[in-house]
Ligand binder design. Structure first.
Ligand code: GLU
Length: 412
């Protein structure tokens, strides 16, 4: 997965040149400001000690404290975490929340651990991280294989470390423990809001549009739920073990229940198919919501969708981007499409700091406004500059970050 870092840098350099950033700013933003790499020792249930590798990359503090999730996965690498931290910087800037970007990871087969082992591993990771995070410094959140439970454990470690409860140090917490209403579904809901706005701009109804979801974790499930409530038809979903397809539309709630109880989508009513076949299905909207690099040079020619809305971070490689563009396939890029998660994380942090909590109505309304506003901004730049939506989103995000950085040094 090391090419994901080159992928992130390549996208950045192309936009930096277009924006005519000074060589100093270009060099400064082309690497994370700080990368922490540490060992994480924890105890297994059988009493043995395991030592795994932990990472936190802080790409930028220019627009505020760094912000970004933590993923626990055997495929995590420093390069991957660096790329994801850079993408967080652009993403926060695209939706104009006052944060820089960061990302954390632990190289571990987290799903294979028992619950007690998971807690010990998460707390051990958190203890290594304590000096580097804080509500005004770097605010972690959920990402691949982490959720409210892990956020609560990390918040508990941090609160003991500083000697008082500090909910604003991390977002995506359980609602009972300082979390915000509407955070769990925020990324998927944000994807749906961006897609909805895209079709409004196009002057086409979203109703009865056929949707394929690649990756049926938190983001994929919520995108499916909200898009189907908006009238779209979910015709196929998949996870790492494979997919299911039903031309007349899947019952999303039943599919989620099946995934939750069996751990996979396969076995649910519908035709079984591989992930490759699923990406080739003819449909109106494809939501890649798994890991990076799902759409690459080899399969981009066969993608059967008219629009791709990136629920995952970096699901399309630059080679695939070029192929899709040539084929006339539209794309709502990750830094816009999946920005709903960090947007509601921002709401959570604001609520924690103000000690005043919002209604679900307020959360949905404000998320909707921000996603629609950012979608309109990106569309306008795409039209003005005659570029695709990925380049337009980068022009918007990178320029906002560069504008902040420029204020900090005369030689920038
Ligand atoms: N991990 C999510 C993302 O990639 C959310 C980050 C956050 O809420 O800080 O956007």
């Amino acid at each position: 997965m090391t090419d994901v870092w080159h992928h992130a840098q390549e996208q950045f350099f192309a936009v930096a040149d277009r924006l005519k950033l000074s060589p100093a700013i270009k060099a400064f933003l082309s690497e994370p400001e700080v990368v922490h790499n540490f060992t994480v020792p924890f105890t297994m249930d059988d009493g043995s000690t395991r030592i795994v590798s932990g990472i936190r990359a802080q790409h930028s503090f220019a627009r505020g404290p760094a912000k970004g999730g933590i993923r626990f996965h055997p495929g995590v690498t420093i390069e991957e975490v660096k790329a994801l931290s850079m993408w967080m910087t652009w993403k926060c800037a695209v939706v104009n929340v006052p944060y820089g970007g960061s990302k954390g990871g632990m190289i571990i087969d987290y799903k294979a651990l028992t619950r007690r082992e998971q807690e010990r591993a998460t707390r051990a990771y958190a203890r290594r991280l304590l000096p580097y995070i804080g509500p005004d410094l770097d605010i972690p959140a959920p990402d691949v294989n982490t959720g409210p439970r892990e956020m609560a454990w990390i918040c508990d470690e941090y609160s003991h470390y500083v000697g008082h409860p500090e909910p604003a140090v991390i977002t995506g917490k359980p609602v009972e423990y300082g979390g915000s209403l509407g955070r769990t579904d925020a990324t998927g809901r944000g994807v749906a809001f961006a897609v909805q706005r895209y079709f409004e701009i196009k002057g086409e109804p979203l109703e009865r549009k056929r949707v394929v979801i690649h990756g049926f974790g938190n983001v994929g499930q919520w995108a499916a739920r909200v898009l189907s409530k908006m009238g779209a038809i979910i015709v196929a979903v998949s996870d790492s073990a494979g997919g299911i397809h039903a031309e007349e539309g899947l019952n999303v709630e039943a599919a989620i229940e099946h995934k939750e109880s069996t751990g996979r989508v396969s076995g649910f009513a519908g035709t079984e198919m591989s992930n490759e076949e699923l990406l080739e299905l003819e449909c109106d909207i494809l939501v890649p919501a798994a890991l990076e690099g799902a759409i690459h040079a080899k399969n981009a020619r066969k993608v059967g969708a008219k629009l791709i809305a990136e629920g995952a971070n970096g699901p399309t490689t630059p080679e695939a981007d070029a192929i899709l563009e040539k084929r006339g396939i539209a794309l709502i890029p990750d830094v816009l499409a999946n920005a709903g998660g960090v947007t509601v994380s921002y709401f959570e942090w604001v609520q924690n700091r103000q000690r005043m909590y919002w209604t679900i109505h307020d959360v949905h309304q404000r998320l909707r406004d921000i996603m629609r506003g950012a979608t309109d901004d990106v569309c306008r730049i795409a039209n003005e500059e005659k570029v695709n939506w990925r380049v337009a989103a980068y022009l918007l995000g990178v320029e906002r970050v560069a504008a902040a950085v420029r204020m900090t040094r005369a030689d920038f």
